[in-house]
Ligand binder design. Structure first.
Ligand code: RM4
Ligand code: MN
Ligand code: MN
Length: 399
C-alpha cells in the first residue's frame, strides 16, 4: 500500500479527480455474440434511459461524466431536451460514432462489400453523407470529435484491389474531414480483422497513421485495445503515436483473443499499466493535459455480467493503472535506462504495479462526491431491481 504521506499522493488524487472516461451508449445493454443474446433485466430502451444509466455510473464514481453516441442507434429526437437532461446528469457528449458496418432498415444501398472503400461511387457517397449527418447531430449536442470505425476490407484473396480500396477510403475521409467544424477532430480507428477476415482497409496503426497524416492536423489515430493481433506491443504503439502528436485516444477494454470487448483489466492488467506508463511519460513530455487532451472511452460489450457493474469495474481498473503510472519514479527510471540497468528499470515498474493503490483511487472518488465502493452501493441500493421495475425486460437498442 502507498503511505498517506507519500510525497506524490495529493497530486495523484487531484489528477484522478480530474480524469473522466466516456461510456459508450452501446455498452449499457447486453451485447450478445453471433450465436445469441441473453438480454438482462432493466436494460435501457431509449437514448434517455442510456443517459440515465451513465448518470448513475457518474454519480457513483464521479469519473464517468461523458457519453459517446452511436448513430443511428442513438439519434436524438429533441436536441433541447437531450441537452437539458445531460446537464442535469452532469454529462458531456464525447465523440460521436458513425455506423457503416450495418445496413439500416430502409437504407438505399448496401454496405455488404464495404462503405468508403466500395467499388460503386454511389455507395461511397451514401457512407460519406452518413458521416456528415453524424457530425451534424454531434454539433447539436456539443461533441467535438467524430470516430470512424470501418469494417471495410475483404474476406478472400483477390476480392479487393488494396490500393484502390485505400484511395477510395482516403477520398471519402477527405470529404468527411472537410465537413468537420474548425474545433472538431476526426478519430480513425483501426482493427486487424473481423468482420473481414482476409484484409481490413484500416487494419493497424500504420495504416491509420497513413490516412490521418494525409488528412491533416485534426485527424488522429484511435487505439482500441482489442483491435490488435495477439501479443502486439500496444504500449510501444502508444508511445510512438504520442511522439508524432497523432494519438486520438482510447477505446479501453480487455482481450484474450481478439476484439473480445471484455472488462478493462480483467485479463492483462500489467499491459494496461504499461500503456498508462507510456501515456503519462509521453503526455508529460509534450506538456499535454492528461484529462482533456486525449479521448478516453470504454468500448465494451456485456454478455454475462450486469453492464453497469461491469462498467464500474472497468473505470476502476483504468483509475488504478493511471494512479500507478503517475507514481512511477520517472527520474530513477530514466537513470536506469541511460545506464542500461535493466534490472533496476524492471524493479521500478513492477514495484509500482504490485503496489495497492486502491485506497488512493477511493479517496479521490470520495473527495469528488462519489461512493467509497460503487459496486457495493449499487448492490445495496438494489439499483437493478428498481430499473427493472421501471423498464421491464426491454431490449437495449444498438448492439
Ligand atoms: C467495433 C469498434 C467500434 C465500435 C463498434 C460497435 O468493433 O470497436 O469502435 O463502435 O465495434
Ligand atoms: Mn472500438
Ligand atoms: Mn471493437
Amino acid at each position: 500500500m502507498i503511505a498517506a504521506d507519500h510525497p506524490k499522493t495529493e497530486s495523484v488524487i487531484e489528477k484522478l479527480m480530474a480524469f473522466n472516461v466516456a461510456i459508450p451508449s452501446w455498452a449499457l445493454g447486453t451485447g450478445g455474440t453471433r450465436f445469441g443474446r441473453f438480454n438482462g433485466p432493466g436494460e435501457p430502451g431509449s437514448l434517455e434511459e442510456k443517459m440515465e444509466d451513465v448518470g448513475l455510473l457518474h454519480a457513483l464514481n464521479r469519473s464517468s461524466g461523458a457519453i459517446s453516441l452511436h448513430i443511428p442507434w442513438d439519434i436524438p429526437e429533441d436536441y433541447g431536451s437531450i441537452r437539458a437532461r445531460a446537464k442535469l446528469l452532469g454529462l458531456k457528449f464525447d465523440a460521436v460514432n458513425s455506423n457503416t458496418f450495418q445496413d439500416q432498415p430502409g437504407q438505399k444501398l448496401s454496405y455488404k462489400f464495404g462503405s468508403l472503400q466500395h467499388v460503386d461511387k454511389s455507395v461511397r457517397k451514401q457512407a460519406i453523407d452518413h458521416n456528415i449527418e453524424v457530425i451534424k447531430h454531434g454539433i447539436e449536442l456539443g461533441s467535438k470529435a467524430l470516430t470512424v470505425w470501418l469494417s471495410d476490407g475483404s474476406c478472400f484473396p483477390g476480392q479487393l484491389n488494396f490500393r484502390k480500396a485505400f484511395q477510395n477510403t482516403l477520398a471519402g475521409l477527405q470529404e468527411i474531414y472537410a465537413a468537420l467544424p474548425e474545433d472538431w477532430k476526426i478519430f480513425v480507428e483501426y482493427k486487424s480483422f473481423e468482420p473481414n477476415f482476409y484484409s481490413m482497409t484500416v487494419a493497424d496503426w500504420g495504416q491509420s497513421l497513413l490516412y490521418v497524416n494525409k488528412l491533416g492536423p485534426r485527424a488522429y489515430t484511435l487505439v482500441d485495445l482489442g483491435h490488435h493481433l495477439p501479443n502486439a506491443n500496444i504500449e510501444q504503439i502508444v508511445s510512438l503515436l504520442l511522439m508524432e502528436g497523432k494519438l486520438a485516444g482510447f477505446h479501453f477494454n480487455d482481450s484474450k483473443y481478439g476484439d473480445d470487448d471484455i472488462t478493462v483489466g480483467s485479463i492483462r492488467p500489467y499491459q494496461l499499466f504499461l500503456i498508462f506508463n507510456e501515456l503519462v511519460e509521453g503526455m508529460d513530455a509534450r506538456g499535454m493535459n492528461h484529462a482533456n487532451d486525449l479521448g478516453w472511452m470504454i468500448d465494451a460489450s456485456h454478455n454475462v455480467k450486469d453492464p453497469l457493474e461491469d462498467l464500474l469495474q472497468s473505470v476502476e481498473a483504468i483509475m488504478i493503472a493511471y494512479a500507478q503510472a503517475l507514481l512511477v519514479d520517472r527520474k530513477s527510471l530514466e537513470d536506469a535506462q541511460s545506464s542500461n540497468d535493466i534490472v533496476k528499470a524492471q524493479e521500478i515498474l513492477q514495484n509500482i504495479f504490485r503496489t495497492d493503490v486502491r485506497s488512493i483511487v477511493a479517496e479521490a472518488r470520495l473527495r469528488a462526491g462519489g461512493a467509497l465502493d460503487p459496486i457495493q452501493i449499487f448492490r445495496e441500493m438494489d439499483v437493478r431491481s428498481t430499473l427493472t421495475k421501471e423498464r421491464g425486460f426491454k431490449i437495449a437498442t444498438g448492439l
